[in-house]
Ligand binder design. Structure first.
Ligand code: SAH
Length: 506
């Protein structure tokens, strides 16, 4: 039997792409992944589809796992010969109870590796510009826990020494005890006006920073309703130059933006929103349903090499097509000498993922333009053309190409069906005014969305509506939805550019 192995991996402070390269590599190799509350679930994207995923919410109270239970699962899975990844928030060795997990592994004879991660304090420093060290005023920094081991007699914290510590003091898990921490430090001689800062949800679009003198930091956090996870920074560093704060100055920082595409499309879009500092919220309106088991499809596939041109008009078409090929035990060689056209760079990129370099990529986003440009690019008289598209695509492209003398076969490889996602949270957000933008990237997501929502509820709320282009806007207007923004460039980046412009105006 294969020998089991355990990787204890630091997930980093929050934002998924702050995991290390080694951490991501190890996740890919996992047969079993055990992760806790602080590790970003988005990291599951790195894990193989066949891996077993175990979620261990280690909190105080009911429904949570004790450290003993976690230890037991770790050993059990490793002894069953699995490659186990134990994913922990931040760095595994900083307030991570790693020693306890290592002790049981050693006792059970299980080999292990520890992969470091960016610990919360360090990430807080980068994402706020609050420098933990500074050659002028902080030559030392200390990490302290606000919550000591349960049941431990006495305390390891020497408040007298800490109050006199001349550098930056950083508290982890310090929110529950912030008031008594501040009092103990002041009682032991730390000046009451020492700068303090609390940073919650660091590196996430929901990051919050509160600065106040030590004697008022707790009440300020209460007033501003700051919730854990949060880091407390005490010392001159907490008053550092606010111009260093680049993150909250991102153009869409803190804006809650609802994405209404299919799951894969939303994942793509989310990365772009995060890059601009926004908070992407996923509401899946449509699911892509492959139609590749139809006779039509199988028939054209058998003779696909006889076409002069095969045309893909969307990334979904490409993915569904290649998934079907794989299931049939075939690969890109089915195209033989057929030339391939892709509408827009996105579709071409997706083809690239499957090793295909498109012969023709017009930089346009509408079928009509594709038709015109293809006609300009090559003589289509008597040429055989295969379109692999959505069932919902219009007939315009077929007509344009046929008009130029081509023999066109149009085969639907997928369709969009309504996803019927859970909508309670979104209805709530829209009515409470916590949603800033609703975005629509296709008429079918408009239909899917307004099957579940009332246009009046949207029109009368604070949520603004953004559409990717005129066709989608028309569909919205047809349902009496007010459209605040129609993107000038009909891509996801164009959509976000237009939202930014609108935000700058208001
Ligand atoms: N091993 C982790 C720390 C675990 S203790 C690490 O290296 O970061 C949990 C504490 O970490 C929380 O109470 C909070 O103080 C801090 N923390 C973790 N993630 C955080 C985040 N995104 N923002 C602010 N504090 C965070």
């Amino acid at each position: 039997m294969k020998k089991g192995f355990v990787y204890l991996v630091g997930a980093g402070p929050g934002r998924a792409d702050l995991i290390t390269v080694r951490g991501a590599e190890v996740l890919k190799a996992a047969d079993c992944m055990i992760y806790d509350k602080l590790a970003n679930p988005a990291l599951l994207q790195f894990v193989s589809k066949d891996a077993e995923i175990i979620h261990v919410p280690k909190r105080i109270g009911e429904g949570s796992c004790t450290q003993d239970e976690i230890n037991k699962v770790l050993v059990e899975k490793a002894l069953a010969g699995k490659t186990v990844v134990r994913l922990k928030g931040g760095d595994p060795c900083i307030f991570g109870r790693v020693a306890e997990e290592l002790a049981v592994l050693i006792e059970a004879g299980v080999d292990f590796e520890i992969v470091p991660g960016v610990t919360a304090a360090v990430a807080v420093s980068s994402y706020t510009g609050i420098m933990l060290t500074d050659r002028e005023y902080s030559s030392q920094v200390t990490f302290v826990t606000g919550r000591e081991a349960e049941g431990k007699e006495g305390t390891n914290i020497d408040w007298d020494v800490l109050a006199r510590f001349p550098g930056t003091i950083v508290f982890y898990m310090g929110m529950g005890t912030l008031e008594s921490t501040a009092r103990s430090l002041i009682d032991n001689g730390k000046p009451a006006d020492t700068p303090a800062a609390v940073i919650a949800n660091a590196t996430f679009p929901s990051q919050r920073v509160v600065r106040a003198p030590l004697e008022r930091i707790n009440e300020t956090c209460e007033q501003q309703k700051i919730k854990p996870p949060a880091i407390v920074v005490i010392g001159a560093a907490a008053a550092s130059d606010t111009r260093f704060d680049w993150f909250t100055k991102r153009p869409l920082f803190g804006r809650s933006i609802v994405m209404t595409r299919d799951a894969a499309g939303n994942a793509d879009f989310a990365a772009k929103i995060i890059q601009r500092g926004g908070n992407p919220l996923e509401f899946e309106t449509i699911r892509i349903k492959p139609l590749t088991d139809s006779n039509d499809f199988l028939r054209v596939l058998a003779k696909i090499s006889q076409y002069d041109w095969v045309v893909f008009t969307s990334g979904n078409g490409v993915t569904t097509f290649f998934d079907a090929l794989e299931k049939l035990g075939k690969d890109a060689r089915v195209f033989a000498f057929a030339k391939i056209a892709a509408i827009g760079d996105k579709t071409a990129d997706r083809l690239g993922e499957f090793g295909i370099k498109a012969d023709f990529v017009p930089g346009v986003f509408t079928s009509r333009e594709l038709g015109k440009q293809l006609i300009g690019f090559t003589n289509l008289q008597n040429k055989k053309i295969l379109l692999l598209r959505s069932q919902l695509a219009s007939n315009e492209l077929v007509e344009t190409l046929a008009g130029a003398g081509a023999e066109v076969d149009n085969v639907a490889v997928y369709t969009a069906i309504s996803a019927n996602s859970e909508s309670g949270w979104l209805a709530d957000g829209i009515s409470k005014g916590t949603i800033d933008w609703l975005t629509f990237a296709s008429p079918s997501s408009v239909d899917g969305f307004f099957e579940q929502f009332d246009s009046k509820a949207v029109n009368s709320s604070n949520a603004k509506v953004a559409s990717i282009g005129p066709v989608t806007s028309e569909r919205l207007k047809g349902l009496d939805v007010k459209v605040d923004v129609t993107a000038r460039e009909h891509t996801l980046d164009g959509l976000l550019d237009s939202i930014e412009e609108q935000e700058n105006k208001s």
